[in-house]
Design a protein around this ligand. Structure first.
Ligand code: ZN
Length: 236
């Protein structure tokens, strides 16, 4: 499919996703943050520390875009993981306030960028060089998908359809580039979207709603709508 994603789309999804994430979080009592999430080895505290640290890391890219002075998201993967582990030990109140203040600051700093700064190349944690205009998309992806991971009642079906289609564009491109999984031919019912994933073997047809396909492709469901589908390697 790969409809082109505009900066305006990404900024809108980042704002909607932030609202969805913090809305879900507000309804989650502190003790629920101690419970394991669907993400291996992570409680709600780890997830909250990760979302907060992600905003801090993207603030580095916003600085890079504004000044042209290189400032990577994370010093290293080890430091990133150590920060999540240490962050998870903070009190629930501290974690909530860190997540909220870093999200607000990121929003403010991004709103200050001009057209030239949006086009400045920056580097993602995975080592891809992208224009800074990708930063709001990277953040939208985090807050939307992790709003589901919070386990506070938000599902993929609650996320905007145009965001889900863009997420599927993104994941299928990433999976095709990696080429480390099975070949797939995906079809979204009630939407008409079609995607392929390059990989091993003859393409396996996988059909589901946008929400079901996004959950499956992002590794949040073993198959669309509980139906069997080929096992996939990690997404990110
Ligand atoms: Zn994440």
């Amino acid at each position: 499919m790969a409809a082109q994603r505009s900066l305006a789309d990404s900024l809108r999804w980042m704002a909607e996703g932030t609202k969805t994430f913090f809305g879900a979080l507000a309804g989650l009592p502190d003790d629920r943050l101690d419970v394991p999430t669907a993400l291996t080895g992570w409680t709600g505290r780890h997830l909250l520390a990760h979302v907060a640290a992600n905003a801090d890391a993207l603030l580095n890219l916003a600085y890079w875009a504004r000044t042209g002075e290189e400032r990577p998201m994370y010093a290293s993967f080890e430091r990133r993981d150590a920060e999540i582990q240490a962050g998870a030990l903070r009190s629930a109140a501290e974690l909530r306030s860190w997540a909220a203040s870093s999200a607000e600051l990121l929003d403010r700093r991004l709103s200050e960028l001009d057209e030239r700064q949006w086009s400045r190349p920056v580097r993602t944690a995975q080592g891809r060089t992208v224009p800074a205009a990708e930063v709001p998309w990277m953040r939208a992806r985090e807050v939307m998908v992790h709003a589901v991971d919070l386990g506070a009642g938000v599902g993929f079906g609650d996320l905007p359809a145009d965001f889900l289609a863009s997420l599927i564009d993104d994941i299928t491109a990433k999976r095709s580039g990696a080429g480390d999984g099975p070949a797939l031919a995906l079809k979204a019912t009630g939407h008409g979207g079609k995607w392929t994933v390059a990989g091993s073997g003859d393409p396996v047809a996988v059909t589901g709603t946008l929400a079901e396909l996004a959950a499956y492709l992002s590794g949040r469901a073993a198959g669309p709508g509980g139906r069997p589908a080929p096992a996939l390697p990690r997404w990110l």
